[in-house]
Design a protein. Structure first.
Length: 201
């Protein structure tokens, strides 16, 4: 009610209580987007839907929607195409919180989002659905780090990959993998950091 009357929240933004659940996945705040640096980039944001409008496509007469989402910093328009809209239409309602993975678009002098994944944050979080989102590759907070010893055989690596895939869950995993041997300044070689695109148990 306070947002409807005043245009702002005087108390805590309703998104705050959901952010703790998904903080390791949020890569950007809406207010940080710029046409110069953000256009074409893949992003994951958390926000609350403030407006939603459905339309019918001309060619196939399917339903899609245009919506506005906001976080604590700003708001931005986004488009949800028919297939994704059909999967989530029951929860695509104003004032609901969402985790959104999208491509940043810039046209007609305005930034927007073309959504390719979304998940409502109300209720219990589905760890399997959450694991489909790209995690924020920052400092490593919230990740379990697995260091692969240099010289580990391909057979062992394949066994580890199979083990990870067969035990998918909510824990984020960051793998530290050595690359070519003796290529570093001390003859120790370099390493590659890779975040698994799914969580594990």
């Amino acid at each position: 009610m306070e947002k409807e009357l005043l245009g702002v929240y005087l108390t805590e933004h309703p998104l705050q209580k959901y952010l703790e659940k998904v903080k390791d996945y949020v890569s950007d705040k809406i207010g940080d987007f710029t046409a110069e640096e953000s256009e074409g980039e893949e992003t994951v944001i958390a926000g609350v839907l403030t407006q939603i409008r459905t339309v019918q496509t001309r060619r196939s007469n399917e339903t899609m929607c245009f919506a506005t989402i906001e976080d604590e910093t700003a708001r931005i328009d986004m488009v949800v195409f028919p297939k994704l809209y059909k999967e989530h239409q029951s929860v695509l309602i104003a004032d609901k919180p969402f985790l959104v993975q999208a491509r940043v678009d810039y046209r007609d002098d305005r930034l927007g989002l073309v959504v390719n994944k979304l998940m409502c944050l109300e209720g219990e979080i589905d760890s399997q659905k959450l694991s489909q989102f790209i995690p924020h590759q920052g400092s490593g907070a919230g990740f379990k780090v697995v260091e692969i010893p240099r010289g580990t055989s391909r057979e062992i690596l394949n066994q580890m990959a199979a083990l990870f895939k067969s035990n998918q869950g909510s824990e984020r995993v960051r793998v530290i993998l050595p690359t070519s041997a003796a290529s570093g300044p001390n003859g120790n070689g370099s390493v590659k950091t890779m975040d698994l695109p799914y969580g594990v148990n």
